[in-house]
Ligand binder design. Structure first.
Ligand code: AMP
Ligand code: MN
Ligand code: MN
Length: 342
């Protein structure tokens, strides 16, 4: 399999050449970043490698169960220095954008550590590693990790399977988004065949919302706006709303996905002004237009149908930078291509 993919071969060689691995993923880590770390880490350990995982951010409650088998440490200056001093190789998972590893990024300039990237984002496809396994056709980074383990002849243990299933389930929106394909379902079937309980894993990930978070979602959703005859859905969250409910930026996770179900919605845009003058823009397409270029033009990135960017701007300024382009995109859809509606 890897014979057709020179970068995968290069990654297998990279792993063989190094001994002390440090793994990391993007800020505000998700199920794919964390699941990929755990799966890759456990597999490397089974090969006698030293493994440590260090991320910019702490692990959200939903994914804490993954750290039963492998410690997932969060950035602290001394801890990070020590981790980089110990390591001879860094593997960056689920992002190929240097800025997205947060406070670990500046350490790359001071430490001579070999870098490999394993990612599936369409933006930044060049990567910043010596080895860059970047495969945008993969539904999740976990899918690439799974294939790497399989093609090396390694054993997918129950713990590895669980971490990989979480990666795949979360990045496909539980097998609902446009990145869900036969490979994703085949992989899920193979993992379930190892004895996983899909209902339990779903519940483990999706039973951590607080009541305050639901109230916040409700508030934001009740103020949703429709533009371009309902093809564009716009949501806004103000700094006072985050404050009032005692929430942070990471708490908006999942919010932008909810209005996708509105009949006729093509694109959903969420403008979260986490603190005054700092707005996280989250974009989703229901499948007919691609939106990653809108985010990457402003310094962010993502996938064709799910992308984001953090802007040093107010909500109003962020809207002005993003909405005209989204409007053009959804208005450019021809009437005839629209699915029939009642
Ligand atoms: P989100 O809206 O945060 O759920 O992100 C949607 C997708 O866009 C995910 O695949 C993210 O990895 C990616 N993404 C979000 N924010 C950024 C950013 N600032 N830079 C690059 N990619 C991003
Ligand atoms: Mn991710
Ligand atoms: Mn991912």
């Amino acid at each position: 399999m890897s014979a057709h993919r020179p970068e995968r071969r290069a990654l297998h060689d990279f792993i063989a050449r190094h001994q002390r691995f440090l793994l990391t993923t993007h800020i505000n880590p998700d199920g794919d970043g964390l699941g990929s770390e755990v799966a890759l880490g456990l597999w490397l350990r089974s090969q006698g490698k030293d493994v440590r995982v260090l991320n910019d951010s702490t692990v959200p409650a939903a994914f804490r169960f993954l750290s039963r088998t492998l410690a997932l440490e969060a950035f602290e200056p001394e801890l990070a220095e020590q981790a980089f001093n110990e390591a001879d190789a860094l593997v960056v998972l689920d992002t190929s954008n240097r800025q997205r590893i947060g406070r670990l990024a500046p350490l790359l300039d001071r430490h001579m550590v070999a870098i490999a990237i394993v990612d599936h984002h369409v933006s930044h496809t060049r990567g910043f590693g010596q080895v860059n396994v970047i495969e945008p056709e993969a539904s999740a980074t976990g899918e690439i990790v799974y294939q790497l383990i399989r093609e090396s002849g390694g054993e997918v243990t129950h713990e590895i399977a669980e971490a990989l299933y979480v990666a795949l389930m979360t990045d496909t929106g539980s097998f609902r988004y446009s990145n869900t394909d036969t490979d994703a379902h085949r992989m899920a079937a193979e993992l379930l065949g190892l004895g996983l309980d899909p209902q339990r894993l779903y519940a483990q990930v999706h039973s951590h919302a607080s009541a305050e978070r639901m109230r916040f979602f409700g508030e934001v959703l009740s103020a949703l706006e429709l533009a371009s005859e309902g093809r564009l859905v716009v949501l806004e969250a103000a700094p006072e709303q985050f404050q009032k409910h005692g929430l942070s930026g990471a708490d908006t996770d999942g919010l932008v996905d909810l209005p996708r179900g509105i009949a006729g919605a093509e694109v959903v845009a969420l403008f979260s002004e986490v603190e005054p003058g700092k707005t996280k823009v989250s974009l989703r397409s229901t499948g007919r237009v691609t939106i990653d270029h809108v985010a990457s033009r402003l310094g962010g990135g993502g996938h064709p149908h799910a992308a984001g960017v953090m802007l040093h701007a107010s909500r109003a300024e962020a809207r002005a930078k993003v909405l005209p382009e989204l409007t053009r995109l959804v208005d450019g859809l021809t009437q005839s291509a629209e699915p029939a509606r009642e």
